[in-house]
Every structure is written in structure tokens, then in C-alpha cells.
Design a protein around this ligand. Structure first.
Ligand SMILES: N[C@@H](CCC(=O)N[C@@H](CS)C(=O)NCC(=O)O)C(=O)O
Length: 244
């Protein structure tokens, strides 16, 4: 089998990876045991590089068209797919062994994807601030300019220490409290009890990003909530997906 190619965004961190969206297909590839290599693309180079390889633009929630990563190229079939959800569907259909949408759960997991993203949305500028601090020089200006336009405020106002930052932490903690209630609904370490699924990958990808971009003491605090629940879940998913 020819290795698949996953397009991802690098950083200054050891091992490069940080993005929650590109972590999703990386976990799926690892879980299904599919060989792949990563091609690193800095933010300002995403559009030109994706045009060059013929990838499609993504449709954002606000209706805009934008070239985004992850993009997956599968030289075994000629497929070139944009968007982490479409990639997950493609991998499940093309490589059905070790399913990620067991028990006809795809629709529910799609709803879970949107719901989880919305839980933490009001605190997203805190994560943007931390991401801006780990990106390579070539990406930083593009990232800050585009996120300032999105948030309609300067990066210095994204999450200043004090009441705004405290509010962001409270939002994130409440979000994880909700996730805990969902996870507690079934016996077993996964959202669907004993059945590992893409839902666990979705949550772990967000945890992965937090772990990578937060300061060490911040991640320690996060990981320790609810009896070390979140550090443990991330470690469990990483193990299930071959330590990625
Ligand atoms: N819904 C998309 C979101 C992808 C996305 O927003 N990717 C970001 C990186 S995490 C991106 O490529 N942004 C390009 C830009 O801001 O120009 C997915 O899940 O693939």
C-alpha cells in the first residue's frame, strides 16, 4: 500500500503537531493502521499549495470559501479530500476495518462534533492567543491578522489576564463538566462505553491541542479536572491510535 499524505500545519513545538482539526485524521489513520506521511504547510502557503495540488476549498460556517487543512491525498485511489469530517467518512468507507462509526452512530457523532465545538466557542480567543505563541514566524502574522478580523478585536484583547481570562477558564471548565456527564452515562472509558469511536477522537483532538498550546501549568490544571479525567482520556486515545 502506498502511504497516504496528510497536509498539516507546523509549529515551533517539538514534533510540530498542534492543530485539533488535523489531529482528527491523524488519529483515524493511526487507529486503522494505515501508512501515511505528513506534508507540512505554513498558514500563508495553504491556499497556493492546495490550489497547486487541486484540493477543493472548504465552506465555512459563515458561508465563506477558504482553503483549509487537513487535506488528505490517497495515492491508492486518487482521492483528494478537504475537511476532517469528509476525511473521516472517506477513510471509514474505503478502509472499513476497525470502524469508527459503529452501530450506525455517524449521524449522532456528527451532532456531537458540532455540540462539542460550540461548548468552548466563547473561550476560543484564549486558544487563539496560545496558538499564536507556538506557530513558526512565517505563519504568525497571517494567523494573528485573520483571527483579529474574525474576533473583531486586537490580539492584546483576546484573553488578557484578569476577569476575561478567568471567564475563559470558567467556560472551558463548564464545557468539560458537560463532557464528563456525557462520558459518565455509560460504563467504560469511551463515550459509547466499551466501543471506541470517532466521538472519542473528536474530543481527544481538542484535548491534544490544549495540551500542546497551553503553558505547562495550565495544561496540568486542565488535565487534573474530574479526577485526572482528561489527561487520561487523551492518553487512552493516543494508545488506541498507536501512540500518535
Ligand atoms: N471544518 C474544517 C476546519 C478546518 C480548519 O479550520 N483548519 C484551519 C487550521 S486548524 C485552517 O486550515 N485554516 C486556514 C486559514 O485560516 O487560512 C475541518 O474540520 O477540516
Amino acid at each position: 500500500m502506498i502511504p497516504l499524505i496528510l497536509y498539516d500545519i507546523p509549529s515551533k513545538l517539538e514534533g510540530n503537531h498542534w492543530s485539533p482539526n488535523t489531529a482528527k485524521p491523524r488519529f483515524v489513520l493511526g487507529y486503522k493502521g494505515l501508512p501515511f506521511r505528513v506534508e507540512w504547510v505554513e498558514y500563508p502557503d495553504i491556499a497556493p499549495r492546495m490550489k497547486e495540488i487541486g484540493a477543493r476549498q472548504n465552506k465555512l460556517a459563515d458561508g465563506r470559501d477558504l482553503y483549509t487543512l487537513p487535506v488528505l491525498s490517497d495515492p491508492n485511489t486518487g482521492a483528494l479530500i478537504t475537511d476532517s469530517w469528509d476525511i473521516a467518512e472517506y477513510l471509514e468507507k474505503t478502509y472499513p476495518e476497525k470502524p469508527i462509526f459503529s452501530n450506525k452512530s455517524k449521524g449522532l457523532i456528527r451532532a456531537f462534533d458540532t455540540t462539542v465545538a460550540n461548548l468552548e466557542k466563547a473561550a476560543v480567543t484564549f486558544r487563539f492567543l496560545r496558538v499564536s505563541q507556538i506557530l513558526n514566524e512565517h505563519s504568525v502574522e497571517y494567523f494573528i491578522t485573520t483571527k483579529e478580523a474574525l474576533a473583531k478585536e486586537k490580539i492584546s484583547e483576546f484573553s488578557p489576564e484578569g476577569p476575561r481570562r478567568d471567564e475563559h477558564w470558567a467556560i472551558i471548565e463548564r464545557a468539560m463538566e458537560t463532557c464528563k456527564e456525557w462520558y459518565d452515562s455509560e460504563e467504560g472509558k469511551w463515550l459509547m462505553g466499551d466501543v471506541f469511536s470517532y466521538a472519542d477522537i473528536l474530543l481527544a483532538s481538542r484535548l491534544f491541542c490544549f495540551k500542546r498550546v497551553l503553558h505547562d501549568d495550565e495544561w496540568e490544571k486542565f488535565a487534573s479536572w474530574h479526577g485526572e479525567r482528561w489527561g487520561t482520556l487523551l492518553a487512552d486515545v493516543e494508545k488506541e491510535c498507536n501512540g500518535l
